[in-house]
Design a protein around this ligand. Structure first.
Ligand code: SAM
Length: 311
């Protein structure tokens, strides 16, 4: 069984567990409140009347049980907060003739976003964009995890835009797909507004001709020289597009020269961090996160480039 299929099975099982988890959390909270009330009653009793038994000892035990209940509840909360892999069972083999089928790279990006969820939530993102959304599996997961964030998507392929729309709808979230090259339809209107940008680009090393000539599904993977030709067109757009504390997540393979990606982005005023790496067959995949360098004051690239400040 493929890794992606195993993961989907696991997610479906998780979906069944989630409501039980929620009930369990509620009963743990009730239990915690009861323990607190009993401990208070004991404390009050021992203050008003001398007791034949050592009430202090019982109060200590109650507090220790309450601490354990709190730890269990935290664990349950973490499980509940984990990012769900969206249901993509509506997409058929015919769809995958024209749209990139979620694969190890898509799932690594999902895992990296899940690992970064607290960081993402702490920034209270309001606007996110996935460039090249394909089936929509990644941006739909982000939309579900960040309900207050408006999620946009772009893709060169009309079939991919439709698939993204359907995946979002299927999973009860809103994602707005736009068919365009990279971010062409959104600039300059969204300058400085994007809190999160995601890109799982066509990263496979091919000839330049293959990138230019690639229509259809080949546009999903044909990356040209060093597998960088599409990615390298997006990078210079990020200083303009990202909000001052915006985050950019990029999938890359070893052949894309991760150090050089870091150097290019450093020149644009961004620091790079490798969030997660995984080997998938012959590919050494990484998810890289970029954010503006602290000394650039969160206001943009070091030289020139006015980045509008949000109110
Ligand atoms: C590797 S697939 C990733 C799909 C999806 N994000 C995922 O992770 O499963 C790359 C996607 O980028 C799209 N794409 C390629 N070149 C593009 C461009 N210049 N502008 C917009 N989308 C592009 C492809 O059509 C494809 O859907």
């Amino acid at each position: 069984m493929r890794l992606s299929t195993c993961r989907l099975h696991l997610e479906i099982k998780m979906k069944c567990v989630q409501p039980k988890n929620q009930c369990l959390r509620e009963s743990q909270e009730t239990l915690s409140a009861l323990l607190e009330a009993i401990a208070e009653d004991f404390a009050r009793l021992s203050a008003v009347a001398p007791s034949p038994v050592d009430i202090e000892e019982h109060v200590k035990r109650l507090h220790s049980v309450k601490r354990r209940v709190a730890v269990t509840n935290n664990t349950l909360q973490t499980v509940q907060r984990a990012m769900q892999t969206p249901d993509i069972s509506h997409l058929t083999a015919a769809d995958y003739d024209r749209v990139y089928e979620p694969a190890e790279d898509s799932f690594l990006l999902l895992d990296a976003l899940e690992a970064d969820l607290e960081r993402l939530r702490a920034r209270r993102p309001r606007l996110a964009l996935e460039v090249g959304s394909g089936s929509g599996v990644v941006i739909t997961a982000l939309a579900a995890a960040l309900p207050e964030c408006l999620c946009l998507a772009t893709d060169l392929s009309e079939a991919a835009c439709r698939a993204t729309w359907r995946t979002a709808h299927r999973n009860g979230v809103t994602v707005l797909p736009v068919r365009c090259d990279l971010t062409a339809a959104l600039r300059p209107r969204l300058a400085g507004q994007l809190d999160v940008v995601l890109f799982n680009p066509p990263y496979v090393v091919t000839s330049t001709e293959e990138v230019c000539a690639s229509g259809g599904l080949a546009a999903s993977w044909a990356g040209g020289e060093r597998g960088r030709e599409v990615t390298d067109r997006l990078l210079p757009q990020l200083p303009e597009l990202l909000a001052p504390d915006g985050l950019f997540y990029l999938v890359a393979i070893r052949e894309n020269d991760v150090d050089d990606l870091g150097a290019v982005m450093a020149g644009l005023g961004f620091d790079m961090c490798r969030v997660m790496s995984r080997r998938a067959g012959p590919e050494h995949l990484s998810v890289l996160r970029f954010e503006r360098r602290a000394e650039s004051g969160g206001t943009g690239p070091p030289e020139g480039g006015d980045v509008p400040q949000r109110p």
